[in-house]
Design a binder for this molecule. Sequence first.
Ligand SMILES: CC(=O)N[C@H]1[C@@H](OP(=O)(O)OP(=O)(O)OC[C@H]2O[C@@H](n3ccc(=O)[nH]c3=O)[C@H](O)[C@@H]2O)O[C@H](CO)[C@@H](O)[C@@H]1O[C@H](C)C(=O)N[C@@H](C)C(=O)N[C@H](CCC(=O)O)C(=O)O
Ligand SMILES: Nc1ncnc2c1ncn2[C@@H]1O[C@H](COP(=O)(O)OP(=O)(O)OP(=O)(O)O)[C@@H](O)[C@H]1O
Ligand SMILES: N[C@H](CCC[C@H](N)C(=O)O)C(=O)O
Ligand SMILES: [Mg+2]
Length: 493
Amino acid sequence: MKLRELLSSLINYQTEADLDLEITGIETDSRKVKPGYLFVALRGFTVDGHDYIQQARMNGAVAFVTERKIEGQASFIIVPDTKKALAVLADAIYLRPTSRLNLIGITGTNGKTTITHLVEKIMNDAGKLTGIIGTIEMRVGQYREEVKNTTPESLQLQRLFSLMLEHEASHACIEVSSHALQMGRVWGCDFKTAIFTNLSQDHLDYHETMENYLQAKALLFAQLGSGYQRDNRKIAILNKDDQKYDALYKVTAAEVITYGIENEADVRATNIEIGATGTRFTLNTFKGAVSISMKLVGMFSVYNVLAATAACLVEGVSLSSIKVSIEAISGVPGRFEPVLEGQAFAAIVDYAHTPDSLENVLKTVREITAGKVYCIVGCGGDRDRGKRPLMAQIAATYADTAIYTSDNPRSEDPKRILEDMVQGLTDETYQSATYHCILDRKEAIEFAVSKAKSGDAVLIAGKGHETYQIIKDQVLPFDDKQVVAVAIRKRME
Ligand SMILES: CC(=O)N[C@H]1[C@@H](OP(=O)(O)OP(=O)(O)OC[C@H]2O[C@@H](n3ccc(=O)[nH]c3=O)[C@H](O)[C@@H]2O)O[C@H](CO)[C@@H](O)[C@@H]1O[C@H](C)C(=O)N[C@@H](C)C(=O)N[C@H](CCC(=O)O)C(=O)O
Ligand SMILES: Nc1ncnc2c1ncn2[C@@H]1O[C@H](COP(=O)(O)OP(=O)(O)OP(=O)(O)O)[C@@H](O)[C@H]1O
Ligand SMILES: N[C@H](CCC[C@H](N)C(=O)O)C(=O)O
Ligand SMILES: [Mg+2]
């Protein structure tokens, strides 16, 4: 694409570059630049991309988008905000992929990954090929790619959308993290539908206050725009039972569909029966009502199903087809996933890594367990310190035995993370709590497995689908599912 054509998507820039230059690609990482590329310099948290312009040039970059004039550079394009420019240029170079996809974005503290998987299943079963992007991976049909971030930066995001189109997807369903909204990774995305799951404490290391965190989430609904035209409808799907419902309702001009359990809602579950191996309820919608008997467990799973149902009804999937798909889903990797090795107690691997999700999951485990509940949990390093004591309190409250251990300590001293956690137990309320601190995650899991008796449950929280543990700079193989399975087999020998 000619530089002229690419730049036609921007208005506010200055350049003396040759507009007839042929641009073969866009890159933000100087190390990945190829001949003919346009290099966009981003100011990062660690380094400033403006310092890598020379390297980008040596690797073949022919033009540079920057926020300031760099001496000796002829082919630069100066913009006020390179992040915003990147989003616009990425959208342009991939030929506006989201204008050709029905794009569903999901934000909220918990449930995003789960809902993308539910939507993918329902839509694909209905013959509407849907690509997904999120914490686990990007995939469309049989094609999959690893992603570093839950919501990748705009350039990668637009490339993935364009790949989905190559695979003939008609829809995309993506997780939109608060980081991504704050950092403008989804600028340039033409969302049709935005879903809100819930808001509870997480990521205060980055957002600092819950108000800022909410504001970041709200951006998805504010950016949705209105669009009541038949061919450009915008829909906000909001959780009526969440405290932040009103705030989000106010920021969006789009048509609103509500879902919930406690409050009247457009899509609502009633007659809920939670069991150890599944859940039953009546799914009431603006397209009628059906009874559901699904394998997903817990009240939180019902909320996720309601959100996914609302989104798929918007896309014209029939309620009867939605019922069939939901009832067929066995689960989402690492989300309340049972490990079955023929043992007499339950072992469950779950990705709860926030106070709210841990509470939800533990309440569910409690509800379906006749015997004792063992909860193995840690907190990630270089992340919100405030959630550590809260998570320790929740484990101590709902489990008979809490076992505090390492999650991904990253650059932090794992001992200090455990100290932060048990600080939450100094209050008298927790005096009688039974807990152990076992730094090594494998030992912690083995300990719980050695103690569990028939009818008990062992919940291993925090890492879910992850197959690694990050300790300092090392990413070491570690898979909760495997570790617990081996421990169970050893015990049964
Ligand atoms: C704090 C944060 O979000 N950082 C993100 C950011 O990295 P950064 O700002 O440190 O980048 P940097 O290393 O300073 O580099 C700045 C620029 O210089 C360029 N560079 C750098 C070196 C070089 O030799 N040449 C060069 O050109 C880089 O390519 C980049 O364009 O930009 C990177 C590329 O887009 C992201 O991968 C990275 O996410 C890191 C890995 C991260 O952990 N982010 C977390 C906090 C995050 O975003 N999490 C949310 C999910 C949260 C949740 O819902 O649970 C997510 O969406 O993933
Ligand atoms: N609707 C929900 N409400 C509360 N907790 C939930 C909900 N759905 C899932 N959970 C809990 O949160 C954990 C993470 O779920 P999921 O991966 O779907 O969330 P996410 O929003 O994608 O998280 P992340 O921010 O890490 O991407 C699950 O393992 C479960 O414990
Ligand atoms: N997206 C979340 C995942 C947390 C998972 C947990 N295992 C941890 O490492 O803290 C984060 O990066 O904060
Ligand atoms: Mg996720």
